[in-house]
Design a binder for this molecule. Structure first.
Ligand SMILES: NC(=O)C1=CN([C@@H]2O[C@H](COP(=O)(O)OP(=O)(O)OC[C@H]3O[C@@H](n4cnc5c(N)ncnc54)[C@H](O)[C@@H]3O)[C@@H](O)[C@H]2O)C=CC1
Ligand SMILES: N[C@@H](CC=O)C(=O)O
Ligand code: NA
Length: 436
């Protein structure tokens, strides 16, 4: 049986994991794909460096273009990360008539529309299962398994690094910076970890999920993006007192006349399955009609889980070798000529409940002033906690939970509360979702 010859770009965490997995499960993978899959040529920035995988049976060199141009390589696996060079290499591979597998969510979220069009023109396929939620086969599940459903909303923990940090802050009381450094050591974090903690990586993934769920073009610039940087251990503790956990979620949902796309920290009732997804684990909940809610859970980052998704795509590509291009599963689940122009709405049109924390003077009547602003704005309050002042402190922390409200109304109410003389500094606001 003639092996399928793969060219691999990047031998870091995921590249090394992919080589190891192809070796470890070679027999099973061959039985599933119908042919063995061999990495025959790979590019690495430091070809002589000690690696986590064997490079014995492959040509190894510095120049990634040489791997793409090698007439021997049939499939190119792009695992260098970044955007510009990755795009150039991907388009070049496509033009050379090669199939591409990538784990690069930034590349797909920003340039997927163009890449898929070029792949269609050239009759090749581009696999990107590893780009969203690591090892969880979420692209496959939504694109194929749920194909008979209308998707109402989708919400997920889709950045392993942020979830790892939040879990360690909650259960071990550890400091943000120390946990982030550990996530980097474990190979979970992006090359630039601000992508993880500022919500950029989750926004890349949500962009892809939203397109597949709703059949809209990839629109990264329309995602409302907040990271976990503003979450303090106090907020984690107060949320817990109220029966909630704080999770960083990506949410896309039909909102009024369009679709809302947002990633931000969110309070979730602690009994919810998603609230109990900890560490580097990811989970995506999809609410579809008529199926109802389904939940997809698994490791969202790291060498082995991500390699699992890369290899799944490789096998899919090999199985598709004999398929006519028009019979392949469409990239964004919907046929390319059937993508919709349904608008993505701004955050002001999104409805959500809120956790608010503020520092107020410890005087009678202050709480009534704050709740008065909310009730004047028609915002109902679900719970209020007023903490004891710290010794010597002029102010006390006040925590409020509200019912669902249009975000634009809440913006105005928060400004009015911050303008009260008795309220010091700015409010902390975290959205609350019950995902019902
Ligand atoms: N680490 C993870 O858990 C996951 C990573 N990803 C994505 O997978 C991709 C790779 O990520 P990691 O393996 O974690 O990164 P990494 O930094 O461990 O590996 C990237 C490797 O590519 C090499 N490289 C960079 N430019 C190159 C070039 N021009 N030619 C040859 N080699 C080059 C680097 O030296 C490095 O060894 C990224 O797009 C990332 O977003 C996706 C899912 C999970
Ligand atoms: N940095 C990412 C890696 C997987 O996509 C994460 O932490 O989730
Ligand atoms: Na995946």
């Amino acid at each position: 049986m003639q092996p399928v010859k793969v060219g691999l770009l990047g031998l870091g965490t995921v590249g090394g994991g992919t080589v190891n997995l192809l070796e470890r499960n070679r027999d099973e993978i061959t039985r599933r794909a119908g042919r063995p899959i061999d990495v025959v040529h790979a590019a690495a920035r430091h070809p002589d460096r000690a690696r986590t995988c064997s490079t014995e049976h492959m040509r190894l060199e510095y120049d990634a273009f040489a791997v793409v141009d090698d007439p021997d390589t049939e499939i190119i696996v792009e695992l260098i990360g970044g955007v510009d060079l990755a795009k150039e290499l991907t388009l070049r591979a496509i033009e050379r008539g090669k199939h591409v597998v990538t784990a690069n969510k930034a590349l797909i979220a920003l340039h997927g529309n163009e890449i898929f069009a070029r792949a269609r023109d050239n009759g090749v396929t581009v696999g990107f299962e590893a780009a969203v939620a690591g090892g969880i086969p979420i692209i496959k599940a939504v694109r194929e398994g749920l194909v008979g459903n209308r998707i109402e909303w989708l919400a997920g923990i889709i950045n392993g690094t942020s979830n790892f940090i939040l879990s360690e802050m909650l259960y071990a009381g550890r400091e943000f910076g120390e946990v982030l450094a550990e996530a980097q050591r474990l190979g979970y974090a992006e090359a630039d970890p601000t992508f993880d903690v500022e919500g950029v990586d989750a926004a890349h993934k949500l962009t892809i999920l939203a397109s597949i769920a709703f059949g809209i073009p990839l629109q990264f610039d329309k995602v409302h993006m907040e990271g976990i940087g503003q979450i303090s251990t106090d907020d984690v503790a107060y949320a817990s007192e109220l029966g909630f956990r704080i999770k960083h979620l990506g949410i896309c949902r039909r909102e009024g006349d369009g679709i809302g796309l947002r990633v931000h920290p969110t309070l979730l009732p602690e009994r919810q399955l998603l609230a109990n997804v900890d560490g580097v684990m990811n989970a995506v909940m999809v609410n579809a009609d008529p199926l109802g809610p389904t939940l997809y859970y698994g490791a969202g980052a790291g060498a082995d889980p991500t390699a699992s998704a890369v290899v799944a795509d490789l096998v899919d590509v090999v199985r598709e070798f004999t398929l006519e291009p028009e019979n392949r599963v469409p990239y964004l689940a919907f046929q390319s000529h059937s993508l919709s122009d349904e608008p993505v709405v701004g955050m002001e049109a999104v409805d959500t409940a809120y956790y608010l924390r503020l520092e107020a003077q410890d005087e009678p009547g202050v709480l009534a002033e704050v709740t008065g602003v909310l009730s004047q704005a028609g915002i109902s309050i679900e719970a209020v906690i007023q903490k004891q002042p710290a010794p010597g402190a002029e102010t006390v922390p006040v925590i409020l939970l509200t019912h669902r409200v249009r975000e634009s109304k809440m913006d105005a109410a928060c400004q009015a509360i911050e303008a009260l003389d008795a309220v010091h500094g700015s409010l902390v606001r975290i959205r609350v979702e019950t995902l019902a």
